[in-house]
Write a protein that binds this ligand. Structure first.
Ligand SMILES: Nc1ncnc2c1ncn2[C@@H]1O[C@H](COP(=O)(O)OP(=O)(O)O)[C@@H](O)[C@H]1O
Ligand SMILES: [Mg+2]
Length: 265
């Protein structure tokens, strides 16, 4: 599909310190109302807070002062990336929560923060939790294989759309039923660059790391193979995936140790 394929109609408006980019069918007042709503916290991280406001998800960058503001301004286009990526993926038929609006707070050309607003995916869990549920319920080999096959298929759709998701961990893929999958956390998506081997390897390391404590290689090798353009090289590729996963896991454990707790997503 060409990149100029028809997407949603987008409008932009300034409202005081806010620059609001939104789908044309969503009234500006509705965006402002959701922006003010306290919402229910889904996750807080160092960089952002993700809230639920009814059927909306609101992901806002943390308030920064001083250097943070300068960094934010310098990275203005970098911060818009999640919004641009969501529109690109929508045009290419990649399943994601649809982007509703993007709000930037700025004064005199200085950007203080941004907010991404999207559909709330109701009744979903991340793909790691879903795998745990299958195992708990005593799912058959065929059911688990089928689950991973459908996930690999969806990852292939994402990659062939010309997008690279730089954090393709299981926590960033949601599913309601093990049949349909949605990619979230789109801020780290890179568009219009070739999906080079190194990128494919990073994604396979992220996915392997997400599942290896739950599912063994008997499941994960066919899963990885399905996401390789030339499956002939599976053995040497798996060796690279495994050594990359060991490095990734050591890094995560070092972070857990420092924080004295476990990671979330
Ligand atoms: N559209 C959505 N629908 C339902 N839950 C979501 C949605 N977006 C995010 N979440 C939940 O909020 C969490 C944090 O969102 P995410 O974009 O992954 O932020 P972070 O960068 O902090 O990981 C996710 O792990 C998921 O549980
Ligand atoms: Mg995340």
């Amino acid at each position: 599909m060409p990149d100029d394929a028809l997407g949603p109609e987008i409008v932009e408006a300034r409202n005081g310190a806010l620059r609001v980019t939104r789908r044309a069918e969503i009234p500006l007042d509705r965006v402002l109302e959701v922006l003010r709503a306290p919402g229910e916290l889904l996750k807080a991280s160092r960089k952002s807070e993700t809230l639920r406001v009814n059927d909306w998800v609101v992901k806002r960058s943390r308030k920064e002062g001083g250097l943070g503001v300068l960094k934010h301004t310098a990275r203005r286009t970098r911060y818009r990336q999640g919004w641009e990526a969501a529109l690109h993926l929508e045009r290419h038929g990649v399943p994601i929560p649809l982007a509703r609006a993007y709000v930037e707070r700025s004064r005199f050309g200085i950007v203080f923060g941004n907010v991404m607003m999207m559909d709330y995916l109701d009744g979903c869990v991340d793909v790691e939790a879903f795998a745990d549920g299958l195992l708990r319920a005593g799912a058959s080999d065929a059911e688990i294989q089928g689950y991973l096959e459908r996930l690999a298929e969806t990852v292939n759709v994402l990659c062939s759309s010309g997008a690279y998701h730089s954090d393709l961990a299981g926590k960033n893929i949601l599913t309601p039923d093990g049949e349909r999958f949605y990619f979230i956390d789109l801020d780290g998506i890179v568009l219009n660059r070739p999906y080079a081997e190194e990128r494919r390897l990073q994604n396979h390391i992220q996915l392997y790391d997400s599942f290896i404590d739950r599912l063994g290689d008997a499941y994960l090798e066919p899963f990885i193979r399905q996401m390789l353009p030339r499956p002939g090289r599976l053995q040497s590729w798996m060796a690279q995936v495994k050594s990359g996963q060991a490095v990734r896991r050591a890094r995560t454990e070092a972070i857990w140790a420092k924080q004295g707790g476990r990671r979330q997503g």
